[in-house]
Design a protein around this ligand. Sequence first.
Ligand code: NAI
Length: 513
Amino acid sequence: MSSQSPTSAQAPLSFKRMGIVGTGAMGRGIAQIAAEAGLEVKLYDQNPDATEAAIDFVAGLWEKKVSKNKLTENDQTRLLASLIPGSDLADLADCDVIVEAIVEKVEVKQRLFVELENLISENAILATNTSSLSVTDIASGCARPEQIIGFHFFNPVPLMKIVEVIPGVKTAPAVVERMTQLGQQLGHFTALTTDTPGFLVNHAGRAFGTEALRILTEGTASCADIDRIMTDQGGFKMGPFTLMDLTGLDVSSAVMESIYHQYYQEPRYRPAQLIQTRVSAGLLGRKTKAGFYEYRDGQQIMPEEQPVERTAPCPVWISPEDEASHAVLTELVESANWPLASSADEPNALCLVTPWGEDIAGCALRQGLPPARTLGIDMLAGLEKRRSIMTSPATETDFIKAALTLFSEDGTAVTRLKDSQGFVLQRIIACIVNIGCDIAQQGIAKPDTINRAVELGLGYPKGPLALGDHYGPARILEILNNLQSTSGDPRYRPSPWLRRRALLGLPLTAEEL
Ligand code: NAI
């Protein structure tokens, strides 16, 4: 059957009967993939209508598959028969694994787990789909915490092919092994992670939104500019503000606050106040038709790009400090037929710098350049799809116009940023890599798992360690060191995992033996 996972055909199923408690958005998805993998699934919800609604929902999906010839009628009948509604929690007593997907409240989950362990057999496993509570905490009132584990899926379950397997402090190794096997049999990548705030994926996702919010707060760029840079230059499917609007600002803000406080106000996870103000105003994103953007007929209203007021060519001087950038920019200036200046002192020369994690004011003064004529360009991702130029408060209008004209001469989009340490892309990428490195440093997951889980769970073009290796660990370290010294903010202090590997010239995926 096409909907079965490939592994389920190879190995015998590790469980026969799965119970699901809570049949809302997550419970129904888990029920669907468990049935498709060949398990019998018993469903219970305190609201009987919810159980019925879940079965109807999944049945509707299978009906669609039949109409598209993706499922035979025989398989459909068998699948439907494998979903069994329960009217009482006790109906789940003969399950060998139960996955809980009820309301996200620790006391309610604790009570449920005590009730469940008194119903089931000694060897049966209890799993929680919690996204933000401690698995150890949920198991703390139980007599057999060794049989309890986190099994964290993502929404929508059938499409998000990843499940985090989270042992609590007392979970038995055999339980971890069986649940890892089950996750694979359900056709998902199983990411083994520790019972820490946000587990792996939600922890790794802390930089994208929070750093974008800081950039917005500092007045460096607009939401649309930041989103365009992250999609065009960073290769992300969606910019951070579009993503927060989609997730809901209330949900995004709650996750930011929760992880920040659970890590005792760790500055790397510090949210910006700006999102909470929008939540208070009821601007929750797509679902309220307004968040960071407005929505009309379901369509995001994206502000126009900044227009370029073209000027005549002027001499261009390029800082030789970064050799590779100097070569690329020289070629660009030559192919645009603009004259190259041999010295920054040449009157009316536009001076270009290519800083890493430094602001333009500081970079111009450090290199002894005239601030009025100096601008920076972000060279982290090359000049292909979009260019980000940055000015200092002293940069004069004529030179801003000249730079915008030069960099858009070949039709490539240009974004102008106000002065910031590290442009937009450098800041967000460096923070993503740094948090990924610290996840590795804390042993929350193995480097390969961190990369794959982030690709699948967050849809990033690469996992955080792979992103760091792509841009170069030494480069990321340089950006972070400069971000930290320019801003004075410990948020940017490099993770020891990154620092050591960058200094030793090792890839970020390298583990210590
Ligand atoms: P939901 O609100 O769609 O469904 C929860 C269901 O649980 C409801 O049908 C409700 O009637 C039932 N319920 C509540 N208390 C109950 C109890 N004591 N006994 C039996 N049934 C009870 O919620 P959703 O979104 O499915 O979330 C469920 C769990 O999954 C939460 O722990 C959540 O944090 C987690 N989660 C949610 C994700 C999401 O994107 N929605 C993603 C990953 C995890």
